[in-house]
Design a protein around this ligand. Structure first.
Ligand code: F6P
Length: 341
């Protein structure tokens, strides 16, 4: 079989181990691999490179993706969709393995369900917001970067008797903020899953100051709903609101100073989350879902993605998995509240 592999959407550590996993297992089945460059854009433009044992052997510890990535949505323009379908035919692909989050896998789901393209998904996202998989690789590394940043902010916050606000990524789900805040011992966490309660946050900060605490740490998810400055929303090619029009961390720092009189500074992790070598967890998970994706191709289980369910890696329906976002559930929001004392 001739199998094309692509990586789409925001990159994250673990993509290279996943690509390696697909190729390693596929070689057992005698597959020939082609690296489609820069996500779905590579299929629109017919931009490929051969992918061999040599090309993937060394990449286990490397962040990013050797295939490149983009946020191209071929369903936006009919001519792009026609190009993708034509190129799949002319290149002679028997299967496409798409590594991505809800957008990239949403395209794989539609190509399969609406056009019969034999696709298999490999779930990745630092946001951890894909349904029907317990974790996605990229999340552990990215949230670990957040935790380390918070540890560093603790030192400077303590020295200067300040409040430090750390803004983290995560888009419209609060997983990165929650895990960063829990692991780093934050005094307050704001998430998209909960309406922002500035009064409660200020009251809590005043209470911890009154009991003698000399500094405080706040973790703010970039997707926390804050009042918009311009009222305008910019959307990307998948229709998602572009975050960052107003920096949540800066907004919170201003509000905290106004409401408590406590000197406050803010910092943003941003794309630093996404670089660097994948953690042990992300390397092994990447490898496992990659291996499973090759097995799904061999079994012709198209329209499936390789998901972590408990401790097992299984094929799950890609259309169902991409229908809604996986957000932080109420039980974990309760745990978060327990951690504010
Ligand atoms: O989806 C991953 C992610 O890192 C989000 O957490 C973030 O909002 C977004 O990508 C940033 O996208 P870009 O790399 O296009 O700026």
């Amino acid at each position: 079989m001739k199998v094309g592999i692509l990586t789409g959407g925001g990159d994250c550590p673990g993509l290279n181990p996943a690509i390696r996993g697909v190729v390693y297992r596929g070689l057992d089945f005698g597959f020939e691999f082609v690296g489609i460059q820069e996500g779905w854009r590579g299929l629109v433009q017919g931009n490929y490179e051969p992918l061999t044992l040599d090309s993937v052997e060394e990449i286990i510890y490397q962040g990013g993706t050797i295939l490149g990535s983009s946020r191209t949505n071929p369903f936006k323009k009919q001519e792009d969709l026609d190009a993708v379908l034509g190129n799949i035919k002319s290149a002679g692909f028997d299967a496409i393995v798409a590594c991505g989050g809800e957008d990239t896998l949403g395209v794989a789901a539609k190509l399969y369900s609406q056009h019969g393209v034999p696709t298999v998904g490999v779930p990745k996202t630092m946001d951890n917001d894909l349904n029907d998989t317990d974790f996605t690789f990229g999340f552990d590394t990215a949230a670990g970067v957040g935790m380390e940043a918070l540890d560093r902010l603790r030192d400077t916050a303590r020295s200067h008797r300040r409040v430090m606000v750390l803004e983290v990524m995560g888009r419209h789900a609060g997983w990165v903020a929650l895990y960063t805040g829990l692991a780093g011992g934050a005094d307050w966490i704001t998430l998209p899953e909960q309406p922002l309660d500035l009064e409660a946050m200020a009251a809590h900060l005043n209470a911890i100051k009154a009991r003698g605490k000399k500094y405080a740490l706040i973790v703010a998810s970039e997707g926390t709903e804050v009042p918009s400055e311009s009222g305008e929303k910019v959307v990307d090619s998948f229709g998602h609101v572009q975050l960052g029009e107003r920096r949540v961390g800066e907004f919170l720092a201003d509000e905290i100073e106004k409401r408590t009189g406590w000197e406050t500074r803010s910092a943003v992790v941003g794309h630093v989350h996404r670089g660097g070598s994948p953690t042990l967890f992300d390397r092994v998970l990447g490898m496992r879902v990659g291996v499973k994706a090759a097995e799904l191709v061999q079994e012709k289980q198209f329209g499936q993605m390789a998901a972590l369910v408990g401790t097992q890696v299984k094929g799950v329906d890609i259309v169902k998995a991409t229908a809604t976002l996986k957000v932080v559930p109420p039980a974990l929001l309760d745990l978060m509240r327990v951690s504010f004392k």
